[in-house]
Design a protein around this ligand. Structure first.
Ligand SMILES: [Zn+2]
Length: 417
């Protein structure tokens, strides 16, 4: 499944810590057309599975005369070319997105296919339409190319090439069709959203329609998977259930994320952060931290440093929990802190939505606010939640509580296997 995913923030902010893809467990493979291409570990599972199924199932049926070595080699080459095709599909999304002014952060290949991480939503319905539709079109073009190779190879009696090309023609067309299913975040769901968006000029309402269609498609896939478990489906059934489950979550998350972004739109860190007036001296013990700072002030994080002079770092309730209580009298705060150079920070001008995303990405509950070299405040998750609840009451809509549960993937997506 190839996914278009929206995550916000500049590369520098992302480089401030954590995984540069936003998807933990990925490594950078190469840079292509100006995009960083990452591989997630789960991709290796599907690469092995597809090689194995080609070598032991598809190829022996079609070419019974082949040796095991020939089958495994052809299986591996086919798998590689298939993932090359998925990469081409993703690249097409990314190239069109960049051309239409939507920044692209990277492309990651993972177990369900690929993800193009976009740095924002398209500005208009027309941009959305072209960014989404180009992916399936690319898959169809790849399918046509491999079909042509298959025809030529078959006419020339080159069975090896015909075997590989025939399979790739079929799989690319299947990928193109699957991704045109009209459920957000599949490409087809994005196309649907762009059409509704263009008609009613309301992106949020269009997303709601497309996300509901996405959940319907997901439920159908899961149902189909369960049915085929009772039939002959076996592994295929399990696969459908997994993909359906992934889609269901992605549809749900993308809509919720958009809702939250809509609520927080226009708010900056400076409007929500609390001034960090109190500093804990570095030589205070952890027990003093608890009894003289955390409990009386009902606050979970403090800057550490001499009253006058530079901040050394941040100490939080989570740091405290890592130290056994019997050592609280002897351990000083300076040994439990996160030093300033390792802190993920924001500025007063950072958008609240970006701050929320950083907290989720790094699984942290607060962000120090810096202006130049000075630490000027602390933005807490609690402050963000208060702002959300406040705006929810004014807006009169309900927000589900688990929005703020960290999702390493902030998702607003369009998918393809
Ligand atoms: Zn796609």
């Amino acid at each position: 499944m190839a996914t278009l995913q929206v995550t916000k923030g500049t590369p520098t902010q992302r480089a401030a810590g954590g995984t540069p893809t936003g998807m933990g467990g990925s490594f950078r493979l190469l840079r292509l057309l100006g995009f960083d291409i990452y591989i997630h570990w789960s991709w290796l599972i599907i690469a092995l599975l597809s090689t194995w199924s080609l070598a032991t199932d598809y190829l022996p049926d079609s070419y019974p005369g082949w040796t095991a070595q020939q089958r495994w080699l052809a299986g591996a080459i086919t798998s590689l070319l298939f993932f090359g095709s998925v990469l081409a599909h993703e690249l097409s999304h990314s190239v069109v997105a960049r051309r239409r002014g939507v920044p692209v952060r990277n492309i990651t290949l993972f177990i369900f296919g690929g993800v193009s991480a976009l740095g924002g939503e398209p500005r208009g319905a027309r941009d959305e339409f072209w960014i989404a539709i180009v992916g399936p079109l690319t898959s169809f073009a790849a399918g046509a190319l491999f079909a042509a190779i298959w025809l030529v190879a078959r006419a020339q009696d080159v069975t090896g090439v015909a075997a590989v090309a025939g399979y790739l023609a079929y799989i690319n067309v299947a990928v193109g069709i699957f991704n045109l299913l009209p459920g957000f975040p599949l490409d087809g769901g994005r196309v649907l959203r762009s059409l509704v968006w263009g008609a009613n000029r309301d992106m949020l309402a269009a997303t709601r329609v497309a996300a509901n269609a996405g959940r319907l498609v997901a439920a159908l896939l899961i149902g189909l998977g369960i049915l085929s478990l009772f039939g002959q489906g076996g592994f295929g059934g399990v696969w459908f259930i997994f993909i359906g489950w992934f889609l269901w979550n992605a549809a749900e998350n993308s809509y919720q994320q958009l809702l939250v972004e809509n609520r927080l739109a226009g708010l900056t860190v400076g409007q929500l952060a609390e001034p960090a007036a109190t500093r804990v001296p570095p030589d205070a013990t952890l027990r003093q931290l608890v009894h003289e700072y955390i409990l009386p002030r009902n606050q979970r994080a403090f800057f550490v440093g001499p009253a006058a002079g530079e901040v050394l770092g941040l100490v939080t309730l989570s740091d405290l929990r890592e130290e056994p209580e019997e050592r609280w009298d002897t351990t000083t705060v300076s040994r439990a802190i996160t030093p300033r150079e390792r802190l993920v920070t924001v500025t007063p001008e950072t958008e609240a939505t970006e701050a929320l995303r950083l907290m989720a990405e790094h699984t942290i509950n607060q962000l120090p606010v810096v202006a130049g070299r000075d630490f000027v405040g602390l933005l807490t998750r609690a402050a963000l939640i208060r702002a959300l609840q406040f705006r929810e009451q004014i807006g009169g809509r309900r927000t589900s509580a688990d929005i703020l549960v960290p999702h390493a993937e902030g998702t607003s997506a369009a998918a393809s296997p």
